[in-house]
Design a protein around this ligand. Structure first.
Ligand SMILES: [Fe+2]
Length: 416
């Protein structure tokens, strides 16, 4: 949709009228999960106004349970692309990414193992070849960042549909942008229980534990892949996001622990179902803990602070110990992480298949962003696949095995 050019004073008056309209449409409304209706922040309102998002029915939009749209979304989530296998656009890309890099002013590697910033690119202007190369870059680097994006929610949805080969998560419970049928989710504390959550004790903390390292979509969908979060309203001193590389989390394990985790099966929660007595009980899916990324062919640890409950054929005590250790590796290793400071209009596109992320919970003012979660394909484990460190031959990066000599070097002495 073409932007509308109008003078400032007229724009301010139109935005004020739009706010009034949203607020009056919101009166008496309650979301299916019981909270969250307000006018969007000013910069969000400007973006919606510019791109003609219809707010006349109130804000935000929720798919109401037990409506035809709700059931349609559930059906699509269970069977995206009508059973057609996922064709990852990253597989079609030129490995050198000449079309994408050629359009950028600069390509900045933010850390050695995760995170690239592309400067001078507008996501809305990418052609298909550049989108394929972007998918490959995200598959390799975990997360790719862009500042100062001028993108409508509709264009964001189109990009997400391209990256998901026609399938995005149409969330049935998360607040969404009106007119996108649940396809463009809103990440906005006002529409959630954990507004200013860093002040709240657990369990009012929305079920998060620790620092909230997680994978989006886990517990709701078969497999989330490329994910695009565009922030249109952020505080200037807080609210960063951290990402950790699943490739690097695997690479820094010792050869001995790699042998243990390679090939074990994680038990992940996948939403809920009713038992024969009508009680809501968790549903589980068993999937490999170490997964081979279909585009890069590299092994990645698929971890999450929530949603991964234990390991098949391990007892709970054993599972708890290993899980705790792996989560400690993930959140305690800055060399496998990147921290991104948001600015209004910044976008991040990351891959749920090879990263884990966490919000830095220090903000008091609200943040508002729009997110599209592209669906991928169920994960698999190929025992013959290499780790990223092995494939790229990153010298000095792979963790050495400990031997008796290493214990002596570390100061171990014979007992008296
Ligand atoms: Fe998230």
């Amino acid at each position: 949709m073409a932007p509308i050019a109008i003078p400032d004073a007229q724009l301010e008056a139109e935005l004020a009228a739009l706010t009034e309209k949203v607020l009056s449409a919101n009166i008496g409304k309650k979301s299916s999960i019981g909270f969250g209706f307000d006018a969007p922040p000013p910069s969000t309102l400007r973006r919606y106004h510019k791109y003609g998002v219809d707010l006349s029915q109130g804000y935000p939009f929720y798919l109401e349970p037990d409506t035809p749209e709700y059931h349609e979304a559930q059906k699509r989530a269970a069977n995206p692309r009508d059973g057609r296998p996922y064709a990852d656009p990253g597989l079609k890309a030129d490995r050198e990414k000449k079309a994408l890099f050629g359009a950028a002013k600069s390509v900045n590697q933010l850390t050695k193992h995760i995170g690239t910033e592309l400067v001078g690119i507008q996501l809305k202007d990418l052609n298909d070849q550049q989108k394929d190369e972007l998918a490959l870059l995200v598959a390799e680097r975990g997360v790719v960042f862009f500042r100062d994006q001028d993108i409508s929610p509709q264009a964001q949805l189109e990009l997400g549909e391209y990256l998901g080969d026609g399938a995005v998560a149409n969330s049935s419970t998360i607040a969404s942008v009106p007119g996108t049928n649940g396809g463009v989710n809103i990440i906005w504390e006002t529409a959630r229980t954990y507004k200013r959550s860093f002040r709240l004790p657990w369990p009012e903390y929305d079920g998060y534990r620790g620092h909230g390292w997680h994978v989006d979509g886990l517990g709701r969908y078969i497999q989330a892949g490329y994910t695009h979060l565009h922030q249109d309203h952020v505080p200037d001193d807080s609210g960063d996001t951290l990402w950790a590389s699943g490739y690097a989390a695997y690479d820094i394990l010792s050869p001995g622990l790699k042998k243990v985790v390679d090939g074990i099966t994680g038990i992940y929660t996948l939403g809920s179902e009713k038992d024969e007595n009508g009680r809501t009980i968790p549903k589980f899916v068993h999937a490999p803990l170490v997964r081979t990324h279909p585009v890069t062919g590299w092994k990645s640890l698929y971890l999450s602070d929530r949603g991964l409950v234990g390991f098949e054929d391990w007892d709970k005590n054993e599972s708890d110990h290993l899980l705790k250790y792996l989560i400690d590796v993930l959140q305690g290793s800055p060399e496998i992480q990147v921290r991104w400071k948001w600015t209004p209009g910044a976008s991040a596109i990351w891959d749920q298949r090879n990263t884990v992320h966490a919000p830095v919970r220090d903000w008091e003012e609200e943040r508002h962003g729009t997110r599209v979660l592209s669906l991928a394909a169920p994960a698999y484990h190929d025992p013959k696949s290499k780790s990223r460190g092995e494939a790229l031959n990153i010298e000095g990066w792979l963790s050495p095995a400990w031997t008796g000599e290493a214990y002596i070097r570390s100061g171990y002495e014979l007992p008296p």
